[in-house]
Design a protein around this ligand. Structure first.
Ligand code: HEC
Length: 298
């Protein structure tokens, strides 16, 4: 019994642990009553099983005591049988050999005869158990609607996730970026963030140092889609899908697109090795001193 209880406690503790890992409040789970009731049903079933085994043992003990009280009458075989053997005989409904003549059916096919054995008790109890379980299931899930069906359970979880998402979005509203008001500033935090975003998302096509490969060189003064901070931001935001540059708006937040646009501005004129030949038109930085003349061979 102790072992059973320990095992059950372990089973109970497992979902509690997974809840803890998720960092959710387990009490807020809409399926909590379901888990609690299932848990209780499980406990009760285990207890009933334990008590049944216990009673069986007591019964066996009583039988043995009775047999011991009249040693001459007790059949020798019953004494020699272990508890397990007797359980095996009982659960399978084996009949003693002496009874065989009573079980014999009338037909005789060329000497082959048949015994009228009952179905073994384990089989019958399995059937009765399934019937009871089925009835309880039907009532609980389809008549009283006490517990949600799988489909509803899924919808509840989706609704819960949507609620959490809305909460999260409300807690950290996305920074609104107005591309018309963007002014490039070499802000260290923004450039560091932009550098990271660039390394993860952009370096594969524009190369780690911006010298260009599949995508154009981002360090020179030639731009296909314009070199102002607003143009760069809009190219990142809308992409040039037909040329292989996706729109990054679904991937990056407005602030992240601003960060990476600022980073691209910051690497202008860094002259990385193996640059891709200039593409597009020369863009003159406002207030530029003509440094844009380099590489004007296009
Ligand atoms: C799958 C490859 C690919 C990836 C990844 C990629 N780009 Fe591009 N990018 C291109 C191509 C190709 C072009 C040229 C489009 C054209 O020819 O009009 C381009 C053009 C650009 C331009 C305009 C250049 C100009 O000359 O006007 C900018 C700015 C730019 N990309 C920024 C980025 C940023 C920022 C990222 C990461 C968030 C990024 N790209 C990721 C392929 C890519």
């Amino acid at each position: 019994m102790k072992k059973i209880m320990l095992a059950y406690l372990a089973i109970l503790a497992f979902p509690a642990l997974t809840f803890a890992q998720q960092g959710n409040d387990p009490l807020a789970d809409p399926l909590l009553p379901f888990y609690v009731v299932t848990g209780f049903v499980f406990i009760v079933a285990l207890l009933v099983l334990g008590i049944a085994i216990y009673l069986l043992q007591i019964l066996n003990m009583l039988i043995r005591m009775q047999e011991a009280a009249r040693p001459e009458a007790a059949p020798a075989t019953a004494k020699q049988q272990s508890l397990w053997q007797r359980f095996w005989i009982w659960i399978n409904g084996y009949q003693p050999l002496e009874k065989e003549s009573e079980l014999l059916l009338d037909h005789n096919y060329d000497g082959i005869r048949e015994l009228d054995n009952h179905l073994p008790p384990w089989w019958k109890w399995l059937l009765y158990g399934s019937v009871v379980w089925g009835a309880a299931y039907l009532i609980v899930y389809h008549v009283t609607d006490t517990f949600p069906l799988m489909d509803d359970e899924y919808k509840m979880e989706v609704a819960k996730a949507a609620e959490q998402k809305a909460k999260l979005a409300a807690a950290q509203p996305a920074e609104v970026i107005d591309e018309n008001a963007l002014v490039y500033q070499p802000d260290e935090a923004i450039l560091a963030s932009g550098k990271k975003i660039y390394a993860i998302n952009c370096a594969s096509c524009h190369m780690p140092e911006g010298q260009g490969s599949i995508g154009p060189n981002l360090t020179d003064d030639y731009w296909i889609h314009g070199g102002s901070i607003k143009d760069i931001y809009l190219t990142i935001k809308n992409g040039v899908p037909e040329k292989g540059m996706i729109s990054w708006a679904p991937v990056l937040s407005p602030a992240q697109m601003r960060d990476v646009a600022f980073y691209i501005k910051s690497i202008r004129g860094t002259n990385p090795p193996n640059p891709k030949a200039p593409q597009g038109e020369l863009y003159k930085e406002e207030g530029s001193n003509g440094s844009a003349e380099q590489g004007a061979s296009m």
